[in-house]
Design a protein around this ligand. Structure first.
Ligand code: FES
Ligand SMILES: [Fe+2]
Length: 359
């Protein structure tokens, strides 16, 4: 099936509901969408010192690619396959500090940059070692302290991340601190894309989020579209908490309550005066999704104020409506809808990208 979404939002229909309902489209999206984009894999605090290695299972329960992030003796970070090139054992089981990476199965050793180092009982083996005996190296993109990789080394990181870096790069990104006790996972009975497209419009704020609506000036809410990302700018009502923007910020003079960045296909970076809430949308099944909220604190004194005051409440309100939509799109009487030109360009942008990647 070929998904099409008209470039012209005034003409366009939303993507066919087959995309959310059909198991084979769900399976195909692994390679077509998720293997051809960038994915969040953690932050530099997990690999602070030379010799640190941290295993990562990329999109557990969906892609399930075993990776390891390492910091070598020259302070360089690497994203490597965590699969031994001998017989495929998983090598690093937990974060630890090492001199070299040693497989516990038959003792093959690798340097911290993934290069093959040694192997017992292999003297007689011809044409060994070759580059194929090194751990596979994946591309690594670092922005601030956050790390990303792609299963496709040809996908350009700048096209995904530069608009966000240019807009909020003035923030002291290295000072954001991960706070596990403020972070939480949510399990949702809905397709991952339904969760994303709900995030991508502020249209529902006055209807679904009474609390948030009392803080945000909905009339001045704007959306900027970039190639593989977009930004919803939440402008605050009079008297509400706003960013203290420096003159170097492109938004200097505006009353910004929150920056809502989305990066295709499943990453959200919500900056509030208190810090950053990263949301990673992890598909688990055609109608099962895990949403991970990761909180990075910058200014604790602003924690329970403004647009980012109660993310848990807003999340439950969103889950409720998204799970209802999951039930609704199964209806024999619904196949697609239309877009509000003023309020839904973000959802239209997402659907266009999905259709393009699923080709
Ligand atoms: S699988 Fe790693 S040394 Fe054999
Ligand atoms: Fe919402």
């Amino acid at each position: 099936m070929n998904f099409t979404v008209d470039q012209d939002i005034t003409q366009a229909k939303t993507i066919s509901t087959d995309f959310y309902l059909n198991e084979s489209h769900f399976q195909q999206s692994k390679e077509k969408i998720f293997a051809n984009s960038w994915q969040f894999i953690g932050d530099t605090d997990g690999v602070k010192e030379k010799g640190w290695v941290t295993p990562v299972n990329l999109l557990e329960g969906f892609i399930d690619e075993p990776l390891v992030i390492s910091k070598d003796k020259n302070d360089r970070l690497h994203c490597l396959s965590n699969v031994c090139t001998h017989r495929g054992n998983l090598i690093v089981e937990r974060p630890c500090k090492l001199n070299d990476i040693r497989c516990k199965y038959h003792g093959r050793r690798f340097q911290l940059d993934g290069k093959f180092a040694s192997m017992p009982e292999f003297k007689e083996v011809k044409n060994f070692p070759t580059a194929a005996d090194d751990l596979h190296q994946l591309p690594l993109h670092t922005w601030g302290k956050w790390l990303f990789t792609s299963l496709n080394s040809k996908v350009n990181a700048e096209e995904f991340f530069r608009p966000m870096a240019e807009r909020v790069g003035w923030m002291p990104l290295q000072d954001f601190v991960f706070r596990p006790e403020l972070s939480q996972d949510y399990l949702i009975d809905a397709h991952w894309a339904l969760y994303c497209e709900n995030y991508l419009e502020g249209f529902h704020i006055p209807f679904v989020h009474a609390g948030l609506n009392s803080v945000i000036d909905y009339g001045n809410y704007t959306i900027d579209l970039f190639k593989f990302s977009n930004l919803q700018l939440g402008v605050a009502k009079e008297g509400e908490l706003v960013f203290d923007l420096p003159p170097t910020s492109p938004d200097y003079g505006k009353r910004v309550a929150g920056y809502y960045f989305w990066v295709f296909p499943n990453m959200m970076f919500n900056f509030y005066p208190w810090g950053l809430s990263i949301n990673i949308i992890k598909p688990l099944g055609v109608s099962k999704t895990k949403v991970s909220f990761l909180s990075y604190l910058l200014d604790e004194s602003k924690l329970r104020q403004g647009a980012g005051a109660d993310l848990h409440k807003v999340e439950l309100e969103d889950e409720d409506v998204v799970q209802n939509v999951q039930k609704g799109i199964r209806s024999r009487f619904y196949s697609h809808g239309r877009y509000s030109v003023t309020r839904e360009p973000g959802t239209h942008h997402f659907h266009r990208l999905v259709a393009e990647f699923m080709k």
